[in-house]
Every structure is written in C-alpha cells, then in structure tokens.
Ligand binder design. Sequence first.
Ligand SMILES: Nc1nc2c(ncn2[C@@H]2O[C@H](COP(=O)(O)OP(=O)(O)OP(=O)(O)O)[C@@H](O)[C@H]2O)c(=O)[nH]1
Ligand SMILES: [Mg+2]
Length: 241
Amino acid sequence: MPNRRDSSGIDTESPDIDVACVTDGRALLPHRLAPNMPDTHPLEPLASEFLLSADRLEACPRDDVVEVAFAGRSNAGKSSTLNRLTGRRQLARVSKTPGRTQLINFFSVNEGGRLVDLPGYGYARAAKSRREAWGQAVDEYLNRRTNLVCLVLLMDARHPLKPYDRQMIDWCTGRSLPLLVLLNKADKLKRGERKTVLRSFETEVPPATRTLLFSAATGLGAAEAVAAVREHLSREHPGGL
Ligand SMILES: Nc1nc2c(ncn2[C@@H]2O[C@H](COP(=O)(O)OP(=O)(O)OP(=O)(O)O)[C@@H](O)[C@H]2O)c(=O)[nH]1
Ligand SMILES: [Mg+2]
C-alpha cells in the first residue's frame, strides 16, 4: 500500500525509520559505515549538552564562540542528524510530524563551539503567523550571527533541491559561507540509486559544494560529517574575538 505523503513528498504516515535506530543510543555506536563508503574517519561523536532555546535573535546566547547551524526543510532530519553526530539519542527532539523544532536550539560542544538546530522551513501546515515568526527568527539568525562558520544543509535525498534549498545554497555561496550538504534518508534509496542521486545533485550545485550521502538512521556518512563539522568548530571566530 502506498504511503501517504505531504506536499513535499515526505512520508508523513509511517515512521520513516525503525525508531530504535534513532532513539536507542546504544544503536548509534559502534558506528557501522555502509560498505560503499570509505572508512576514512572513525566516528568520534561531538559530545554536547543542550544550552538554551531562543525564539528570536535577542534571546540567542552571546555570539562569542563559533557555531555550526543545521538548516533544511521541515522533516528533512535536522534534529535526527544532530543526535547522530553527537551520539546522544534524544539531545534534539525528533518527530514524524513536520514542524517539531519551533525554536532555535543551541547545544554546547564539549570540545568547543556550538551546534544550532534551526526550525525547518516549508512546513505549509503551520499557522501563517507562526511560519512568519520562525522565518524571521531564522533569517535574523543567518544574517546577523557573526560567529556562524558553517551551514549544514539537510535535504531528503529522495526530494532534494526544492526552491528554498537552492536559495540557501545561493545565500551561502554569496557570502562565501562554508556549506555542507547532507542528502539524508539515503537508507530509503536502493544502493544503486545513491550514486545516481549524488551525481545528479552535483551537476546542479556550485562545483565546490561539499555533499555527502547521509543517513541519520543508519549512520551512513556520519563519520565524514562529524569530521567536517569538527574541523569548522576548531576554526577561529570570524570576528576575531
Ligand atoms: N528513514 C529515515 N528517516 C529519518 C532519517 N532522519 C530522520 N528521519 C525521520 O524523519 C522524521 C523527521 O525527523 P526530524 O529529525 O524530526 O526532522 P527535522 O528536520 O528536525 O524536522 P523539523 O524539526 O520539523 O524541522 C522523523 O520521523 C525521523 O525519524 C533517516 O536518515 N532515515
Ligand atoms: Mg527538528
């Protein structure tokens, strides 16, 4: 029986994954890379703690340490990815209902810097006033945070490059802000399809766009993603603080 899908094509009826994969911390480690991925980095999760939630720029913590933010359409798997990369099963809240993350959530990384879980964009069913409030908070965050050193852009590998995704890529390119694209839910693609999806994605984005096939559910690409995020977190504050 076909699954019911929302306007973005994301399955909203059946859970996308075996919940145990995401919610059981023991299932996260040891990390198992898919056979087609070179095991170049062992997965050392970015141990982190929840810091605070903000509904507007003024409520964000001081921008005195570098931040890597996770953006993407609602339901793309930003929160699940954060949990995967930090090795904490319930650090960020995951839900099969789009629009779960409604505030900007900050997590302090023990080895330095912060991870930031942004509310998703494109959740058509939220009330207009709420959408505008989230949109404004996210816009202000992206445009005014002086400590943002990398944007991790999550897309559903089955439906990448929706208009807002393209805008985000252009926005990063325009500012020379480092971008890491994670084509998430790759576990939902057949092995053969993965390469095709990646290749076709790469023909559509600027050549320097760093892109990984990824699965928050299985850990595919997680070691590479952790290594990339860790490298950005170790950078100097762009404002020279
Ligand atoms: N199959 C599969 N499902 C996933 C994966 N990552 C996330 N999901 C599922 O996708 C749904 C949304 O995940 P979230 O992490 O809450 O997504 P989000 O982007 O934070 O969503 P918002 O907070 O609404 O913006 C949940 O049902 C997750 O279990 C993945 O890699 N594979
Ligand atoms: Mg979320």
